[in-house]
Ligand binder design. Structure first.
Ligand code: HSE
Length: 422
């Protein structure tokens, strides 16, 4: 069988995972799928670095031209990570008519138009299953299995690191900083955790997912983003008393022709399937007008889960008679500048007559209806208690406006956390 020549951009843990899969599973794949591959060249930063799989040194080069301008190579697999030079390399490969398979959500989300245009103009394939949620076949589902649907919402736990941290905070009542330090010790969080804990990683993935869901390019810079660094053990515990579990949720909805795309800490009812997604697992919950609600669940990161998606794309690319590019229109997407949801509001309030009337009065003035409320614990030494409100579905702007107008000497807002999934 004729072998399809493949070039790698990068050979870190994921690249080694892909090489290992091709080496150990290649014969079976040949038999099952009718395609065979040969790795021709691998671009690396350091030629002598020790790798976690025995990749022949003769394949390595530190010159990008050896992959990008190599006429032998049909398919370029990119797993160098980061925005540049990965994005430019992918564009150059596509311009040469080579198919690109990538795991790089940052480069793809940040250079979506240029990358997709290069593929379209040069008739090249672009495959990116591994860029969102590792092994979970959510891109394939969006592009193919759910084509007959008008999708109204996508809600996902699409960052494993933050899900691990929030799961442990919830189980153990531990503080954010303690769990983060532990996760870093265990290698489950990066030494610089910013991309994960501030929601950047999830925003890149949500940009790709919502673009496919709504057939409009949803630029990453238009996504509202709030990380988990401000989450307190007290909020997690208070949420539990209301039957709520805290997650870093990526939410995209289409309502009245406008798109909301946001990443923020979110409570979900304990009975919601997303509440049961623990530790570093990922899940995406989709609602389509024909298919109804469904959830995709699995490992969203890690060398072999990511390699699984990459090799699957490689096989799909090799077998494609015609490459399918994202079904995304040219019209700009209209983003919503406000949205409605249930809000969890925790505040510190003076325990004296009239304070509840003040809070409920301000909420009422702004059309925010209260669904339930508890006063927690004893007064502190200054006479304050914790009040926790759950609103009915209310405009975010109205909730913020009401809170900003409450007498600061009697109440101070501790946290406002959105609640989804009712
Ligand atoms: N750092 C990501 C996560 C994996 O924690 O899910 C790569 O996107």
């Amino acid at each position: 069988m004729e072998k399809i020549k493949v070039g790698f951009l990068g050979c870190g843990n994921i690249g080694c995972g892909v090489y290992k899969l091709l080496e150990t599973y290649g014969k079976e794949m040949e038999r099952n799928e009718g395609v065979a591959f040969q790795v021709e060249k691998i671009l690396v930063r350091s030629l002598n670095k020790k790798r976690n799989w025995d990749v022949p040194a003769a394949l390595f080069t530190d010159n990008a031209q050896d992959v990008l301008d190599n006429d032998q190579i049909d398919i370029v697999m990119e797993f160098m990570g980061g925005e540049q030079p990965a994005a430019s390399y992918m564009i150059r490969a596509l311009e040469k008519g080579k198919t690109v398979v990538t795991a790089n959500k940052m480069a793809l989300a940040s250079h979506w138009d240029e990358i997709v245009s290069a593929a379209r103009e040069h008739g090249a394939g672009l495959y990116y299953e591994a860029s969102v949620c590792g092994a979970i076949p959510i891109i394939r589902a969006m592009n193919e299995s759910l084509q007959a649907n008008r999708i109204s919402s996508v809600m996902g736990i699409i960052n494993g690191t933050t899900n691990y941290i929030l799961t442990r905070m919830s189980r153990e009542g531990a503080a954010y900083e303690d769990v983060l330090a532990d996760a870093q010790r265990l290698g489950l969080a990066e030494p610089d955790p910013t991309a994960d804990v501030e929601g950047y990683d999830a925003a890149y993935k949500l940009s790709i997912l919502s673009t496919l869901a709504f057939h409009r390019h949803v630029p990453v810079e238009k996504i509202y983003r709030e990380g988990i660094t401000g989450v307190t053990a007290l909020d997690v515990a208070c949420g539990r008393e209301f039957g709520l579990t805290l997650k870093l949720l990526a939410v995209a909805k289409q309502e009245d022709g406008k798109i909301q795309a946001r990443v923020h800490p979110t409570f979900v009812p304990d009975s919601h399937p997303l509440a049961g997604v623990s530790d570093a697992f990922n899940a995406v919950y989709v609602d389509g007008h024909a298919c109804g609600e469904m959830m995709f669940y699995g490992r969203g990161a890690g060398d072999m889960p990511t390699a699984s998606a990459l090799v699957s794309d490689l096989v799909k690319a090799a077998r494609a008679k015609r490459h399918q590019l994202p079904a995304v229109g040219d019209e700009p997407c209209v983003m919503a500048d406000d949205w409605s949801c249930v809000h969890f509001v925790r505040m510190r309030a003076k325990d004296e007559p009239g304070v509840l009337a003040l809070v409920s009065g301000k909420f009422a003035e702004h059309g925010v209806s209260i669904s339930s409320m508890v006063q927690k614990g004893d007064r502190d030494e200054r006479g304050y208690v914790q009040l926790i409100f759950l609103t009915h579905k209310a405009s975010e702007r109205a909730v913020r406006c009401a809170l900003s107008q409450m007498d600061g000497s009697r109440v101070s807002s501790g946290s406002v956390i959105r609640v989804e999934g009712f």
